[in-house]
Design a protein around this ligand. Structure first.
Ligand code: ATP
Length: 235
C-alpha cells in the first residue's frame, strides 16, 4: 500500500535519513522504533511531503508520490497525525473534524457518515462535540487528531508518538482503537517511543539508528531480538 526506497534526507550537513526503505501493506500496523534523534519524525514528514528528500522514491497504492505536495498526498489517501497532535484549540471538536474532510468535500456535500464513523470509534468525541479543542484532555486530543485524520478517508495513517504524555490506561485505549482501524483494512505506520506498547499492536517493526534501518522483522522477532531487548525494552 505504501512503500519508500532509498530515501535520503539532510538538514544542511546533518544526514537525517540514509537510504531508508520501509513498506506497509493493506491492514498492517507497522511500528517504527528508535532512540531520540534517530530520524523517525523525519521519515514520517518525508512520507507526507512536509520534508523533501534529496533522493529516493515513495509509492502509495502503485503510484509514485514523492514529487506531490502534502495536500495532494492527503487526497490520494495518506493522512499524517503529527507529534503533539496539533489540533485547532480554538475550534470545537466538531469543527476540528470537519476541517479533516476538506480534502474531498465540495461545498454543500455532507460528511455526516464520516462523522458517524469517527464518533462510533471514539464515543468520547461525540459526547464532547461542542467543546473547544483546548479544553480536551491529552488522550481526547489524541483521539481528535486521529479522528480528524480519518475524516480525510485515508488508506494509510502515519502516527507520530500517539502515546506521548498519556497515562498508561489512556495509551492502551488509543492503541485499542488503532487496532480496530487496522482490522478494518487501514494501513498504519506508527512511530513510538513506548516500544513494548507498539510491539503489542504491530505486525512488523523497523528499528532506525542514526538515520538508517538497522533491524526489521515481525513484531515477535523484534521483541525477542537481544539488541532490541537491551536498547529499547530495558531487559
Ligand atoms: P525524537 O524521538 O526525539 O522525535 P526522531 O527519531 O523523530 O527523534 P528526528 O526528529 O527525525 O528524529 O531527527 C533526526 C535528526 O535530524 C536529528 O539529529 C535532529 O537533530 C535532526 N533534525 C530534525 N529536524 C531538523 C531541522 N529542522 N533542522 C536541522 N536538523 C534537524
Amino acid at each position: 500500500m505504501l512503500r519508500c526506497d532509498s530515501l535520503m534526507v539532510s538538514y544542511g550537513p546533518v544526514a537525517a535519513l540514509r537510504s531508508v526503505g520501509v513498506s506497509v501493506e493493506r491492514g498492517e500496523t507497522v511500528a517504527l522504533l528508535g532512540a531520540n534523534g534517530a530520524g523517525k519524525t523525519t521519515l514520517l514528514r518525508t512520507l507526507s511531503g512536509l520534508t523533501r528528500q534529496s533522493a529516493g522514491s515513495i509509492i502509495l497504492d502503485a503510484r509514485a508520490i514523492e514529487r506531490e505536495r502534502t495536500y495532494a498526498r492527503v487526497k490520494l489517501g495518506l493522512a499524517h497525525v503529527p507529534e503533539r497532535r496539533r489540533i485547532f484549540p480554538g475550534l470545537t471538536v466538531l469543527e476540528n473534524l470537519k476541517v479533516g474532510a476538506s480534502s474531498w468535500r465540495k461545498p454543500g456535500q455532507s460528511c455526516a457518515q464520516d462523522l458517524e464513523r469517527v464518533f462510533t470509534l471514539f464515543p468520547r468525541l461525540s459526547e464532547r462535540a461542542g467543546q473547544y479543542g483546548w479544553s480536551l484532555s491529552g488522550g481526547e486530543q489524541q483521539m481528535l487528531a486521529i479522528g480528524r485524520a480519518l475524516m480525510s478517508r485515508p488508506k494509510v495513517l502515519l502516527l507520530d508518538e500517539p502515546s506521548l504524555g498519556l497515562s498508561p490506561r489512556m495509551a492502551d485505549e488509543v492503541y485499542e482503537r488503532i487496532d480496530v482501524l487496522s482490522n478494518a483494512g487501514l494501513s498504519v505506520l506508527v512511530v513510538e517511543q513506548n516500544t513494548a506498547l507498539a510491539l503489542e499492536v504491530a505486525t512488523r517493526a523497523y528499528v532506525l539508528e542514526h538515520g538508517a534501518i538497522v533491524l526489521e522483522g515481525s513484531a515477535a522477532d523484534i521483541r525477542d531480538n537481544p539488541r532490541t531487548r537491551q536498547a529499547y525494552l530495558g531487559q
